[in-house]
Design a binder for this molecule. Sequence first.
Ligand code: ADP
Ligand code: MG
Length: 275
Amino acid sequence: MKIWTVANQKGGVGKTTTSVALGGLAAEHGRVLLLDLDPHGSLTSYFRQDPDTLTRSAYTLFSDRQRLSEPQGGGRRFVKSLIYATDYPNLEVLPAATGLATLERRSLGPDGLGLVVKRALALLADDYDLVIIDTPPLLGVLMVNALAACDELLIPVQTEFLALKGLERMVNTLNMMAKSSRQGLNYTIVPALFDRRTQASVSTMRTIRYDYPERTWPGKIPVDTKFRDASKAGVPPNLYEPQSRGVEAYRSLYKWLRQREVTPSTQAAGSVTAA
Ligand code: ADP
Ligand code: MG
């Protein structure tokens, strides 16, 4: 089982879209779990659950975290009880609830609050081939959990000038976290919402590739209105409009990431490691 986290401290850059699009594509090949750690619950709403009223959610992982260590498979049954099916084969969701927001203000402390997601997902190692974690746009307890749990971090970056500052901040954060956890983290920058008609998109794209040559996926996700339609319909983009330009772009990103897992030595994107 692999775990990918999709994160950026900026909102509206395509995190949720990337999580759902890659999740839908991955479900063509294996069992996929989408974990929504964003208190706003956009991914959860995408699949027609209501983050305001859910009683079983990612929040329960934290509030009842002592149950993760229940013996004789009890921990696994607990985590499984928080997971919902979708209308689509191979695709399940562990949804967010609004209550997750209360965790953001908690300090991490010594009680292992930063490792709840990692521990929970470890119990599902035989249940899924891929877990994709969608995250809120700020660095708090939830983001720390998502980063600690994942094998691969995807950073969607909107190809517009103001996004560069946010990217720099994110990369600095990663370097800091890698130092404190003494653990390397693979990350890949995904240029998103690319609009080839605008000069800003084209030049920002060039800057990203120049500044992070080893860490940027060679492709780009174009602006594609089909994503909005797919989310309105609550259907994974690959099933809504399989041939759209946006889906094709995510398909090539998906293949590229999978390929790199098999041959990590030839990877184009890099990793941060502890000094
Ligand atoms: P985030 O999770 O980072 O806040 P979202 O994935 O929710 O960002 O995207 C923000 C908005 O932009 C949504 O309305 C989504 O449908 C739209 N969107 C995302 N990616 C694209 C794209 N490639 N083309 C067109 N619209 C997009
Ligand atoms: Mg989102």
